[in-house]
Design a protein around this ligand. Structure first.
Ligand SMILES: Nc1ncnc2c1ncn2[C@@H]1O[C@H](COP(=O)(O)OP(=O)(O)O)[C@@H](O)[C@H]1O
Ligand SMILES: [Mg+2]
Length: 353
């Protein structure tokens, strides 16, 4: 049973309360709760007391109504039903409910996504317009370089122009990547394959120098429901950051393990529900992230690099969110950096079945 259930008798005593109800209301079960007045047991939830008390008086009981539990900042969706004895007399009332807090958060995220989508469309349009002139500048500067083979000054200026145009082009490309709405193409995905592809891509984009890279995949890592291309991009971005932080010297370790995490999707069962997950650590022994910028590194356009776009981790976060996963950072100055990506094995959420 995933829903909260609470039943009270006509004379106002608690007749039944399940574990989900205790947990949602933030109460610790007491041996003598059954039989105690519900107004006393639920003292800290006056709104619940109010709807239970009114149940015997109103003619139409609420069905799938919503209630905000103010002190807890939670929202429940609930249905009230009268409990009738064999003689047809009202014996009590039962409250069935579901914690909708997470559902509400998802809706909030949805609204934010809509707003960002409008901004994103504009950014995408601008980025698109800028792409062609930039390519033009790069090509024409290249042509010009061939026309002045004997002037080292002009050669060096033109080389600068070409490099800057390339940089601007990369930023435009990342902006487009960042603002594009994510549509996941979910399929059965091998983490080992994704990580392998990400290593190859990162090595293509960056000179690895003397940096060693080791990948270990634990035996208990199952295939997961995910978008392999998006995941590949996610890990490529993390690897490129690690390579940039190491600057040609050091070690990167990539490790995947299977595990479980608490089910915080608002669909917790009677027993403590858990979700199968896969955990991927990308760790480098580089300089680490300074404490004062730790909170900012996922923000779009935040960068500490002279030529950085600051979009790498923003894109990483977007892809992790789209997969209902999470990303954690462990770092200290001089002690390296570890990004831990935790992804659910199965995609999708359910509520109120
Ligand atoms: N592995 C790492 N080690 C140290 N710092 C990192 C690491 N990964 C990210 N950072 C910090 O986070 C910032 C933001 O990263 P990112 O969003 O990829 O943008 P960019 O790489 O363009 O700077 C980087 O500028 C850097 O300061
Ligand atoms: Mg980056």
């Amino acid at each position: 049973m995933r829903n909260g259930v609470l039943a009270v008798t006509r004379d106002g005593a608690v007749a039944f309360m399940n574990e989900v109800a205790y947990r949602t209301f933030g109460l610790t079960p007491r041996r003598d709760d059954l039989g105690r007045p519900f107004a006393e047991v639920l003292r800290d939830q006056p709104d619940v007391v109010r709807i239970l008390a009114s149940a015997f008086e109103v003619s139409h009981l609420p069905n799938r109504a919503e209630l905000r539990l103010k002190p807890l900042g939670k929202v429940i969706g609930y249905t009230l039903s009268l409990v009738v004895d064999e003689q047809g007399r009202t014996a009590g009332v039962a409250l069935f409910f579901k914690d909708l807090t997470r559902v509400e958060q998802l809706e909030e995220r949805e609204r934010l996504r809509d707003r960002l989508a409008a901004l994103g469309e504009m950014a995408a349009a601008i980025a698109h317009e800028v792409k062609n002139p930039l390519a033009g500048i790069e090509v024409m500067a290249g042509l010009l370089r061939r026309q002045v083979p004997d002037s080292p000054d002009a050669q060096s200026l033109l080389a600068d122009i070409i490099n800057e145009a390339k940089l601007a082009n990369r930023i435009v490309h990342e902006v487009l990547e960042f603002v594009r709405p994510i549509r996941l193409q979910v399929e059965r995905t091998s983490i080992a394959q994704v990580l392998h592809d990400a290593v190859v891509l990162a090595e293509n984009k960056m000179d690895r120098g003397d940096v060693s890279m080791r990948v270990t995949i634990a035996k208990n890592v199952p295939p997961i429901q995910a978008d392999p291309h998006q995941l590949c991009q996610l890990f490529t971005n993390l690897l490129i950051n690690a390579l940039e932080a190491l600057d040609g010297k050091g070690a990167i370790t990539i490790a995947a393990t299977g595990g479980v995490q608490d089910d915080d999707r608002g669909a917790a069962g009677e027993e403590h529900a858990t979700l199968p997950t896969v955990m991927i650590d990308i760790e480098d022994d580089g300089p680490g992230v300074a404490p004062e910028v730790k909170d900012k590194i996922f923000n779009p356009f935040f960068t500490t690099k002279p030529q950085g776009s600051g979009l790498g981790l923003a894109i990483v976060r977007k892809i992790v969110d789209a997969h209902d996963g999470r990303i954690d950072l462990k770092t200290a100055p001089g002690q390296g950096t570890r990004f831990r990506v935790t992804l659910p094995v199965a995609a999708g959420t359910e509520w109120f079945q």
